[in-house]
Design a protein around this ligand. Structure first.
Ligand code: ASP
Ligand code: MG
Length: 322
């Protein structure tokens, strides 16, 4: 099957105008002769807003009910995406997790996909429909909805690409690829043409928002090569694949829970390196940022700084090592 999986993140489906752009991207692939399976996240900040609503309603809502609530966000955007496609003359159908089904374990809030039923999607594709699937959710043995962890729509996309043997799996986002640091924070960051599964996984675990860590692990296991690209025309993108690690592939940051520190992590095969560690600490000190702790392991160096200094620290660390 000549199938392409396209995943669109929350900002790419945020409003009617963005959805129109999504329909253009889908049309291009259809015109090139591909079947298209679309995976969508909830629109914009919907998931955070739903969480807020839950907190405003009950002190300690159960994970089961939280999943029932949060999964609604993706259902809304899947239906709106299918409507937009149809309005543009592209036959489309939206499907929720239980309609495939996307079976998961029962770990509410952080479920793992166990198995995907392919019959319904195949019959829709045979009728030349674009199939729009809700990201971020599964259905457990009891028939209850689960969610796959924040940012989990990427994981859905890779799982579907593997289940259907898709030719390509494209993750559309609001940046045009994987950068050596978040380009919105660090103007000197550059796009990587390719990044290894190992480095991408390490970056995701260390806080990079670009791909979900379970998604990267599954991609590696199944040999899926996700392409991360922007929705703007001619976005060059980054391919996550089996290549050797870069000397340094990137810098990212994660807030520590429980204290007021942030962990700034550098990933790459040049690590650990005392020389690089010294350079990082000197660069931070020169800017008046005190390093509160250091962790060096194979392939990664983490420095801990005060939360409020994290954004500045990312750029300083980036420019010291890249
Ligand atoms: N909407 C969910 C979230 O915000 C899942 C996703 O965006 O992939 O975490
Ligand atoms: Mg989202």
């Amino acid at each position: 099957m000549n199938l392409i999986v396209q995943k669109f993140g929350g900002s790419s489906v945020a409003d009617a105008g963005r959805l129109l752009r999504v329909s253009q991207i889908v049309r291009e692939e259809r015109d090139a002769g591909h079947d298209v399976l679309v995976v969508v996240s909830a629109q914009g900040d919907t998931t955070d807003e739903l969480l807020q609503k839950a907190r405003g309603t009950a002190k300690a809502p159960s994970q089961r009910e939280l999943d029932a609530l949060l999964s609604a966000g993706e259902q809304v955007s899947a239906a709106l995406t299918a409507m937009t496609l149809e309005a543009q003359g592209i036959p489309a159908v939206s499907l929720n997790a239980w309609q495939l089904p996307i079976r998961s374990d029962t770990v509410h809030g952080d479920a793992r996909i166990a198995e995907i039923g392919t019959g319904r999607v195949r019959s829709e594709l045979e009728q030349h429909h674009v199939v729009v699937v809700t990201g971020f959710q599964g259905v457990d043995e009891a028939g209850d909805l689960t969610t796959l962890g924040r940012g989990g729509s990427d994981y859905t996309a890779v799982a579907l690409a593997a289940a259907f043997g898709a030719e390509r799996c494209v993750i559309y986002t609001d940046v045009d690829g994987v950068y050596t640091a978040d380009p919105r924070l660090c103007p000197t960051a550059r796009r990587l043409e390719r990044v290894s599964y190992e480095d991408m996984y390490a970056l995701s675990r260390a806080g990079a928002q670009v791909l979900h860590d379970k998604c990267v692990a599954l991609a590696q296991e199944k040999g899926v090569e996700p392409e991360v690209r922007g929705t703007m025309p001619k976005s060059a993108g980054t391919r996550v694949c089996r290549v050797s690690s870069q000397r340094i592939s990137g810098v990212t940051c994660r807030e520590q829970s429980g204290d007021d520190l942030a962990a700034v992590t550098v990933v790459g095969r040049a690590l650990p390196s005392l020389e690089l560690e010294k350079r990082v600490i000197l660069a931070l000190n020169a800017a008046g940022i005190v390093v509160q702790g250091v962790d060096a392991v194979t392939g990664a160096l983490t420095v801990y700084v005060k939360r409020g200094e994290a954004r500045k620290a990312i750029c300083l660390v980036h420019d010291a090592v890249i």
